[in-house]
Design a protein around this ligand. Structure first.
Ligand code: NAD
Ligand code: IPM
Ligand code: MN
Length: 364
């Protein structure tokens, strides 16, 4: 019997709405396979907690989370609390304190009807963005001088350490090597004359250890263009924290929207818990209506299962997502469907149960 301890942080806005459906999927796995069990602990941290307690998480929150195998997070941030507080004190804090330096965000088209790109199919849009997740432009270093005065100056410093840059680039080379894919580095050395020159040098240096990996290097502006006009160029992409953030929203746009994009925040050494979450935010414009698309959150469960080395479950969740995407009545309005968030989750459980049986994954 394998037991996985999962910390749930549903968070704000549509976060709790989509996490509820992901938890249903986890409970379905537990029901279908008597050798796997999950224990869940829910943490009420987020903007509401902040308004009541003046902080985004408990003082010993990081300590509390340490004992979990994984964190499953919905979304953080809501009008009424400044994003600089809500995100930096909860989401970004967890990524950094748990050294989740790898952010794996697949850009995979699961159904040809979902892309706004004409003439592009599943064969053209299928790559993985590996985003540096612990430093870079998000390091939080800077200064605010002469606030409110005419000579006001604001500095936001990117921090690119040798250790931090090498490890993310090496992770990406390993990923490309083991899956026999090309590796594209995305940077911007023509304008960022320290950080990105360094990034490019490290990409080349580490590459000497991987002669079998075919590499490309693009400037981030050109890469944004190619994401849209020629996504078939990419197989594995490695990039900095901010560029990865922006590029993966473009990735979401070409694969069906924010409701379908997932990301795994990994501490590959497993010294600390890793965190699984949709790429999207709390979507205040639709929260409380029961129409948020929970597929990104469900895909995060698939990534979690892969991380737990239960890849057969990771795969069957993904194939069930492909199936549900063909059923107009079972998907949410952002995809042109008519279902509610909960309706989608319930139908997903039915389909997953059928597919798991067909794949002989049921263990009594
Ligand atoms: P957002 O991702 O919340 O929303 C962008 C657009 O996508 C909106 O139109 C929204 O309705 C739509 N959308 C997002 N998720 C959807 C889903 N599951 N189903 C259907 N439609 C969906 O981005 P935003 O509006 O820029 O940010 C809102 C808040 O969330 C801000 O406070 C922001 O800082 C925060 N945020 C948090 C995270 C996170 O916790 N990981 C990620 C991004 C933004
Ligand atoms: C994401 C989000 C976060 C990020 C924000 C909310 C801090 O946009 O996970 O993509 O920029 O990393
Ligand atoms: Mn983002």
């Amino acid at each position: 019997m394998k037991n996985f301890k999962i910390a749930l942080i549903p968070g704000d806005g549509i976060g709790p709405e989509v996490i509820a459906e992901g938890v249903k999927v986890l409970k379905t796995i537990e029901r279908l396979n008597s050798e796997i069990s999950f224990s869940f602990t829910e943490f009420p941290w987020g903007c509401q907690y902040y308004l009541e307690n003046g902080k985004m998480m408990a003082d010993d929150g990081i300590e509390q989370l340490k004992e979990y195998d994984a964190i499953y997070l919905g979304a953080v941030g809501y009008p009424g609390v400044p994003d600089t507080i809500s995100l930096r004190d909860l989401l970004i804090r967890i990524r950094r304190e748990f050294d989740q330096y790898v952010n794996c965000r697949p850009v995979t088209l699961l159904n040809p009807s979902l892309t706004p790109l004409k003439d592009k199919t599943e064969k053209d849009i299928d790559f993985l963005v590996i985003r540096e997740n612990s430093e870079g432009e998000y390091a939080g270093a800077g200064d605010w001088l002469f606030k409110g005065k005419p000579e006001e100056v604001v500095l936001q410093t990117g921090v690119f350490s040798r250790k931090g840059t090498e490890r993310i680039i090496r992770y990406a080379y390993e990923e490309a090597k083991k899956s026999n894919r090309t590796l594209t580095s995305v940077s911007k050395a023509n304008a960022l004359n320290y950080s990105m020159v360094f990034w490019d040098e490290v990409f080349e240096e580490v590459g000497k250890e991987y002669p079998e990996v075919k590499t490309y290097s693009h400037l981030v502006d050109a890469a944004s263009l190619y994401f849209v006009v020629a996504p078939e160029r990419f197989e594995v992409v490695v990039t900095s924290n901010l560029f990865g953030d922006i590029l993966t929203d473009i990735g979401a746009a070409i694969t069906g929207g924010m409701g379908l994009a997932t990301g795994a925040n990994l501490n590959p050494e497993k010294k600390f818990p890793s965190m699984f979450e949709p790429v999207h935010g709390s979507a205040p414009d639709i929260s409380g209506q029961g129409i948020a698309n929970p597929i990104a959150a469900i895909w995060s469960v698939s990534q979690m299962m892969d991380f737990f080395e239960e890849e057969q479950w990771g795969e069957v969740i993904l194939s069930t997502i492909k199936t549900i995407l063909t059923e107009k009545n079972s998907i949410t309005p952002d995809l042109g469907g008519t279902s509610s968030t909960e309706g989608l989750g319930n139908r997903f459980v039915e389909l997953l149960t059928l597919q798991a049986a067909k794949k002989q994954l049921v263990v009594n």
